[in-house]
Every structure is written in structure tokens, then in C-alpha cells.
Design a protein. Structure first.
Length: 327
């Protein structure tokens, strides 16, 4: 992280990043890098940045080392934007939640990175609203905060006075989005270039969620050979009648037992496997999109594009640009 931190100026937009014990170092460093490095050479008044400890300093990170900062909760006073970093804990000090509530009430923009959304929810700021968090923590958030609508399929949500981002690197996406709102696309793009990251990523968390594999209880094992057989023939026409015949079942019995064993219909499973297979070809080969559509069983590039948009929220071409492995 660049150590060239801008000193306080009265006219700056104040960004306060709130950290608690258990904060992951990467997520903590994102707002430090985006807002805390002096980029006034870009021709706009840069931010005044405060790293604020919500508990007695030093703060213990999830990696075990500690962070000492001169700012405590008083650093939230007067902040125009408060960014709530995540923590691996789920109980939060009352004075932290009170300080967040007061900052929001006076008009501060509240943003969270990853599971920082849990802290914002605990402060009562997102009841009845739509938020996002890391896809691995979405179910937990729905359970703990049932009045909150959790969207698993986006990198970040900007709801005006409240903004939330998904896991880890999506904090960069959200912070660059806030810079874009404050200073325009040219400045945000310049910051992204200096950080060597894309200025804007299309799609959502679905790009990063692993499809669940069939579990290995007795009923699932009935389908293992059939599913492996189907995976080797994704480019062929695979009807439920053909799959059922391979498993020596009637189509109706196969469909019923398949859904009970996997949680999906045969069509849903087959489409997901074809998407995953196409993802691998897009990442690792120079095959044309038309050819990959045929090889993966979609038939046409237009059909594959439709399924990519539905499952991943991004086109095959954009997926290849983002995930293509370098030599």
C-alpha cells in the first residue's frame, strides 16, 4: 500500500473506514488504497481519509497481526462517507452501532464491504432494504436479519445513502463506483489504472459461485455413472428419455428421483454443466464462441449467450475477457 497519505484538509470529502477486531487485512486495505492515497494530481480535491478503530486500539486482524490507528469512533464525526469493513465476529459493541446510526441520521453515506453488511444491518439501517454480501454468508444474513432482502447475484448495490458490496475484491468495485459518483468516470478510471484493476466489472457473484456437486449418499450414487456419461457427451442431444434410458428408469421415475437426489431437474443440471464446460473452454482455449456453443451443446452462440446472461449475468465474450488465463 502506498504510504503517501494526504493530510487533513477542511474542504475535503471525509471518508472514514470503520474496523473492528477480526477485520481481514485485504478488505481493510481497499478503502485505504482507493481513498487514502493522495491522488490530487488528478485535478480534483481528494479525500480526507480516516481509519477508525471501533474498539480499543490496536485492532486485531483476522491474520493475527494488529493495527494501531489514531482514530477511534470520534473519527466518524463529520464524515461524509463511512465504509464498514468486515469482521469474522457477529456481536458488535453498542457504541459502534450507535455511532453508525448517528452518522447515517445526519446524512453520511454508509457503505460496507463483504460481511460489513452484517454490522450495518445490526445498526438497523437496512430493514426492508436490498443489500448484498459474500455469497457464502448470504443464508446466514437472511437468518439473522429476516427483514433484509439479500441479493446473492450482484457485485455491489448502491441504494443512495446505503451501499453494500459482495466478497473481497468486490469492495474494490464498490469503492471505485463511489469515486465515479463523486468525481466522474475519468478520475475513477485513472485510479483503477494505477491500481491495475478493471475500472468496471460486468456481471455478478454468480460468476464466482461453484456449482454444487452431487452428494454421495446412496440415492445420489445411482446417478453417478449416468451423470459422468452425460458430461462426456455435452455436445450431443441429451433428452430426459436418453438419460433415463441410460439409468434404466422410466423418464418420469428418473426425473422424480433425480430432483430428490440433486435438488435440480435434469434440464437445470444439464444446462449448468454446459455453462461450466463452456466457461472452461472460454478460459483455456482460443476456440471461437460459435465453436464453443456447439461443443458445449448450446447449438448457437445466441443460445449460449442467453444462458450465460441468465446464469452468470455476463456475456461469453465478456467472461472470456475477464477470466482468460495468461501464459
Amino acid at each position: 500500500m502506498n504510504a503517501n497519505i494526504r493530510k487533513n484538509t477542511a474542504m475535503s470529502h471525509i471518508v472514514a473506514a470503520l474496523i473492528l477486531n477480526g477485520v481481514p487485512p485485504f478488505e481493510m486495505s481497499v478503502p485505504c488504497e482507493v481513498f487514502g492515497v493522495d491522488r490530487s494530481e488528478l485535478g480534483v480535491p481528494w479525500y480526507e481519509f480516516r481509519l477508525c478503530a471501533g474498539q480499543p486500539s490496536p485492532i486485531r486482524t483476522s491474520a493475527g497481526f494488529t493495527i494501531d490507528t489514531p482514530w477511534g469512533l470520534e473519527g466518524l464525526d463529520g464524515a461524509d462517507t463511512v465504509i464498514v469493513a468486515p469482521t469474522d465476529e457477529r456481536a458488535y459493541p453498542a457504541d459502534v452501532l450507535d455511532a453508525l446510526g448517528k452518522a447515517h441520521a445526519r446524512g453520511a453515506r454508509i457503505a460496507s464491504i463483504c460481511t460489513g453488511a452484517f454490522i450495518v444491518a445490526a445498526a438497523g439501517l437496512v430493514d426492508g432494504r436490498r443489500v448484498t454480501t459474500h455469497w457464502m454468508n448470504a443464508a446466514e444474513m437472511e437468518r439473522l436479519y429476516p427483514t433484509v432482502t439479500v441479493d446473492r447475484d450482484v457485485l455491489y448495490i448502491d441504494d443512495g445513502d446505503i451501499a453494500t458490496s459482495a466478497g473481497t475484491a468486490s469492495g474494490i468495485d464498490l469503492c471505485l463506483h463511489l469515486v465515479r459518483k463523486d468525481h466522474g468516470a475519468a478520475v475513477a478510471n485513472a485510479v483503477a489504472r494505477r491500481m491495475v484493476v478493471p475500472p468496471h466489472r460486468e456481471g455478478g457473484q454468480a460468476q464466482f459461485i461453484e456449482y454444487p456437486m452431487v452428494s454421495a449418499d446412496d440415492e445420489d450414487l445411482l446417478f453417478d455413472e449416468t451423470l459422468e456419461w452425460a458430461r462426456r457427451r455435452l455436445g450431443e442431444q441429451l433428452t430426459i428419455e436418453r438419460l433415463a434410458g441410460r439409468a434404466a428408469m422410466s423418464p418420469r421415475t428418473f426425473a422424480r428421483r433425480f430432483r430428490r437426489a440433486t435438488g435440480n431437474t435434469p434440464h437445470q443440471w444439464l444446462t449448468a454443466e454446459r455453462v461450466r464446460f463452456a466457461q472452461g473452454l472460454l478460459e483455456t482455449t482460443d476456440h471461437s464462441i460459435d465453436g464453443i456453443a456447439i461443443d458445449s451443446g448450446f447449438g448457437t452462440a445466441a443460445n449460449m449467450r442467453q444462458h450465460f446472461q441468465h446464469h452468470l449475468g455476463v456475456s461469453p465474450g465478456r467472461f472470456r475477457e475477464t477470466f482468460r488465463r495468461s501464459a
